[in-house]
Design a protein around this ligand. Structure first.
Ligand code: GAR
Length: 202
């Protein structure tokens, strides 16, 4: 006899995620691939780039995911108008969560507030260390013995916001920023899908 509290006999629908990119989209590709597993709690439903013809768009389409460009240039200094154009596309597609993955634009308070608690970012350092750019060179320069990456909820401060997950890698003697970046990227590609899955399933 079913009771009032019985779970429905079908799985919860996958959370619809939009990934925002500006470039190569290697993190985006790992998010798409993990989301395509039958038991994944999310799916990447659309990818949006602010720059036309970046490699990430081709990767998304090759994986069967809709990939759109909303260039920021035509909006000039009106960053919020650019974000409103992106937001309209996400709303049309019933997107529930945004994952920034190498999206190299500063966000306005409007977008951050609209998606508060529903927008994640990945950053290539062990935040709160090294927000901003050139993280790998700065970690090597400082003589750090380890580096890593952080997935966090996006808030108005750049590379701030509650940390959801971190992965650490060693900094090896003689490391260049490029060599370290490659090691950190490999860690990013596991950390981001795992953290996003845990976030949407929470
Ligand atoms: C990644 O390393 C990501 O952590 C970084 O951009 C790269 C994008 O690579 N993001 C930031 O620096 C954000 N502050 P990808 O396009 O190959 O995923």
């Amino acid at each position: 006899m079913p009771t009032e509290n019985a779970q429905p006999p079908f799985p919860r629908p996958k959370t619809r995620v939009a990934v925002l990119i500006s470039g190569s989209g290697t993190n985006m590709a790992s998010l798409i691939a993990a989301g395509q597993a039958a038991d994944a709690p999310y799916q990447v439903a659309v990818v949006v780039s602010n720059i036309a013809e970046v490699a990430g768009l081709d990767k998304a389409r090759a994986a069967g995911v809709e990939a759109l460009t909303v260039e920021h240039k035509p909006f000039g200094k009106d960053r919020e108008a650019h974000e409103r154009a992106i937001d309209a596309l996400l709303v049309e597609r019933n997107i529930e969560v945004i994952a920034l993955a190498g999206y190299m634009r500063l966000l306005t308070p409007w977008l951050v507030q609209k998606w508060a608690g529903r927008m994640l970012n990945i950053h290539p350092s062990l935040l709160p260390l090294y927000p901003g750019l050139n993280t790998h060179a700065r970690a090597i320069e400082a003589g750090d013995l380890e580096a890593g990456c952080t997935v966090h909820v996006v808030t108005e401060g750049v590379d701030e916001g509650p940390v959801l997950g971190q992965a650490r890698v060693p900094i090896l003697p003689g490391d260049t920023p490029d060599a370290l970046a490659e090691r950190v990227k490999a860690a990013e590609h596991s950390l981001y899908p795992q953290t996003l899955a845990a976030f949407v399933a929470r």
